[in-house]
Design a protein around this ligand. Structure first.
Ligand code: UGA
Length: 437
């Protein structure tokens, strides 16, 4: 099938590469000439496991191209809209400028009979609004909404082997045809029995934001309980293991710590609550404001623990921050809790040294005032306090005995509850977790 992908950011670049891997002819289109040049040269513009290899394979096969020219997308049968929907500056709502612009661009070139498929995360009602702009008569272009559930760090696997496919389509024959066309695109996943839910536009839009809202709520739930565990002297990790045994609850996304960040969960719950307000149902999603507040409080909690650990002031004290990306296996620092903690401690006068296996370049662009040291051993040297805020495997694997020979003072705050307190304490460290005795 001939496919175009409009927008080659995280979602779009991964989608384009994955579609080529499935055997489709793909053209990726983006207005960012530097990004397109990198992709066309076989270089992933961000860190994502396996992306480089698949990109190289797709380009070598001749089935994958990247361009800044939308006219190259003109003969595609299916156009995927994969542009960003960031938070509006100074507001909680989503900024739909890029979606609107990309949709207009595609409408300008799409051939009759082709299908436009929205993948971007949008406020409910967006697809209906866009569909009203489709040509009204004759053989036309149709629109479906097909939200994406990929996780950074597992983006390729999640795209090639999704746990479900959701199609928002119009009612009647046109919707059935559009769903069949999407089945052909996702033939590989469909043939292995991947669940597929065919529904209307509004439901498909709400599925996406509800899923992210649920995940965010789960994390803030365990973090709120961990605040209680802290004052009660209970152990949040054992608690999560215990309640997680209940299949109705499940253990995943119950890891207490510095909280969620990234380009999705934080802005999606804000945009969802803002959309509910617009729909006159603000009180229905008011709890998401609390989910957000609990989440942001965890960052402050780590900062407070650091101040406490250093006897009331971090001024001119050397603190090493382990991790700056918003989660392991990613170089994404958007709304990163880890980076926020580093910046706050720097603001309090600390001599902050931050390290990360992949995220330093992105972090430096946003916060050049911090010192970055790529080597973990060099970063640890002479630290008076170690703060683990992104649980990369190499930080989980640190040998506490070896690390204690590098630091000035063996004191660690485990902002992700990723380490074994018994082992660290046995090696002479003062260990503080989040909601752990
Ligand atoms: C999230 C969703 O998980 C995806 O399903 C969705 O497709 C994506 O957003 C999106 O909307 O594009 P992602 O942002 O890649 O994916 O990251 P997650 O793995 O969900 O982690 C989000 C944050 O929650 C990270 O900062 C992580 O450290 C934190 N987290 C996760 C916790 O603090 N505790 C947990 O138990 C789990």
């Amino acid at each position: 099938m001939k496919i175009s992908v409009i927008g080659c950011g995280y979602l779009g670049a991964v989608h384009a590469v994955a579609m080529a891997e499935l055997g489709h002819d793909v053209v990726g289109v983006d207005v960012d000439a530097d990004r397109i040049a990198l992709l066309a040269d076989g270089k992933a513009p961000f860190f994502e496991p396996e992306l480089d290899q698949l990109l190289e394979r797709g380009l070598a096969s001749g089935r994958l191209q990247f361009t800044t020219s939308p006219t190259s997308a003109a003969d595609a049968d299916v156009h995927f809209l994969a542009v960003g929907t960031p938070q509006k500056p100074g507001a909680h709502a989503a900024d739909l400028t890029y979606v609107d612009a990309a949709f207009a661009t595609i409408l300008g070139v799409a051939k009759s009979g082709s299908l436009i498929v929205g993948k971007s995360t949008v406020p409910v009602g967006t697809a209906q609004r866009l569909a009203a702009q489709l040509p009204a008569h004759g053989e036309t272009v149709s629109l479906a909404w097909n939200p994406e559930f990929l996780r950074e760090g597992f983006a390729i696997k999640d795209t090639l082997e999704p746990d479900r496919l959701v199609y928002g389509v119009v009612a009647g024959d046109q919707g059935r045809e559009d769903a069949e066309r999407l089945d052909a695109v996702y033939h590989a996943a469909i043939s292995t029995g991947t669940p597929r839910i065919v529904t209307d536009y509004a439901t498909s839009e709400l599925v996406k934001v509800s899923a992210n809202a649920f995940l965010a709520t789960k994390i803030s739930f365990i973090n709120a309980i961990s605040e209680i565990a802290d004052v009660a002297g209970a152990d949040i990790t054992a608690l999560a293991d215990a309640i997680g045994q209940d299949a109705r609850i499940g253990r995943r996304f119950l890891n207490a710590g510095v909280g969620f960040g990234g380009g999705c969960l934080p802005k999606d719950i804000r945009a969802f609550a803002a959309r509910a307000e617009e729909l006159g149902k603000g009180s229905s999603l008011a709890f998401l404001n609390e989910v957000d507040a609990i989440n942001l409080r965890q960052r402050q909690r780590v900062v407070d623990l650091a101040v406490e650990a250093l006897g009331g002031s971090v001024n001119e004290r050397r603190i090493v921050i382990l991790g700056v990306s918003f989660k392991p296996n990613s170089d994404d620092v958007r709304d990163s809790p880890a980076l926020d903690v580093a910046v706050q401690l720097k603001g309090l006068g600390a001599d902050v040294v931050a390290t990360d296996p992949e995220g330093i370049e992105n972090a430096r662009r946003r916060h050049p005032q911090l010192s970055y040291v790529p080597s973990l051993r060099d970063a640890l040297r002479d630290a008076e306090l170690v703060v683990l805020v992104t649980e990369w495997q190499e930080y989980r694997d640190i040998d506490p005995r070896d690390a204690s020979s590098l630091v000035a003072r063996p004191h660690i705050i485990d902002g992700r509850n990723a380490l074994d307190p018994v082992r660290w304490r046995a090696s002479g460290w003062t260990y503080r977790g989040m909601g752990r005795p």
